[in-house]
Design a protein around this ligand. Structure first.
Ligand code: ATP
Length: 275
């Protein structure tokens, strides 16, 4: 009866089929988040400990946040989300308080999921050496990190609080967070390959009147190496805008060509080498 009841994040939620490609990632996420909730008794009977933290990493604009929204919309759990940048820029002392109260609320509402976006901004490795820096153990980041570790270590699995986090900079995550019982599942969200790019273009043009038989989305997808999902969204928007400017009733291949001329892909081989 309670299945599908409205939760705060539902309104902004993304459906799984609004995300093109990434089938293995979607499955891994559902296994980590939904299975322990849905099959709670089975997990307990088999002596399986549900995973406590899941870290999503990968290049920007490739749907980490959208994946989390989809989980939020489908998992039968309360969702709490914060952005690392917002926590980091809070007033002195306020950051740790934000972390603590977030977990307090999540525990009270369990089963629940805490999502920390851009986690590298709050628990990044200490500033790289240089004169006089570090050592003291009392930088803002260190204090936030210890607050976060405290909260994560404090969650008993019975309490059903799962921590999800996302980052574009896995190299910046403090090793302490990766110990067992903390982020014990790490999932790479790769940039879209040609098939995924086609799926994304199809999703992004769903509501558009494309010229019948005239637009070859597969050919466009094949050409868009190094484009992120966000870039592909921009290509579709640009193409539609070009049609509007030209007073065309349909979006044509030429409009996509025009869009491709000035949308520069976000990714580069150099950037991807770090993943
Ligand atoms: P960032 O690291 O910059 O926050 P992100 O990886 O969290 O990026 P999102 O914010 O989820 O990415 O995606 C950016 C935009 O691109 C969103 O509007 C999203 O809808 C679109 N997008 C990205 N990947 C896909 C995809 N695979 N299918 C459909 N849309 C996508």
């Amino acid at each position: 009866l309670t299945r599908g009841y409205a939760r705060p994040l539902d309104a902004a939620g993304t459906a799984w089929n609004d995300i093109g490609g990434l089938e293995p990632v979607k499955l891994a996420l559902r296994q980590a988040v939904e299975w322990p909730l849905v099959h709670r008794a089975t997990f307990a009977r088999l002596g399986l400990r549900p995973c406590r933290g899941v870290l999503l990493y990968g290049p920007p604009g490739c749907s980490k946040t959208s994946l989390v929204r989809a989980v939020a919309a489908t998992a039968n759990a309360a969702f709490f989300s914060i952005s690392g940048a917002a926590v980091y820029s809070a007033y002195v002392g306020e950051s740790e308080r934000i972390v603590r109260s977030l977990f307090q609320r999540a525990r009270a509402a369990s089963p629940s999921v805490v999502f920390i976006d851009e986690i590298d901004t709050i628990v990044g490795k200490r500033a790289l050496g240089g004169g006089g820096g570090g050592g003291g153990g009392d930088t803002v980041q260190e204090r936030i990190l210890s607050a976060l570790l405290n909260e994560m270590d404090g969650i008993e699995s019975a309490r059903d609080v799962l921590v999800l986090a996302a980052t574009n900079r896995p190299d910046m995550i403090d090793a302490a967070l990766m110990r067992p019982g903390r982020f014990d599942r790490v999932i790479y969200v790769p940039p879209p390959d040609a098939a995924a790019r086609l799926a994304i273009l199809e999703i992004r043009t769903r509501g558009m009147p494309l010229e019948q038989g005239g637009v070859d989305l597969a050919a466009i997808a094949a050409r868009c190496d190094m484009f992120t999902g966000a870039d592909l969204g921009a290509v579709c928007r640009e193409a539609a805008t070009a049609a509007l400017r030209a007073g065309d009733r349909a979006v044509r291949q030429a409009h996509f060509e025009a869009a491709l001329e000035h949308i520069v892909p976000t990714l580069s081989a150099e950037m991807l080498a770090q993943y």
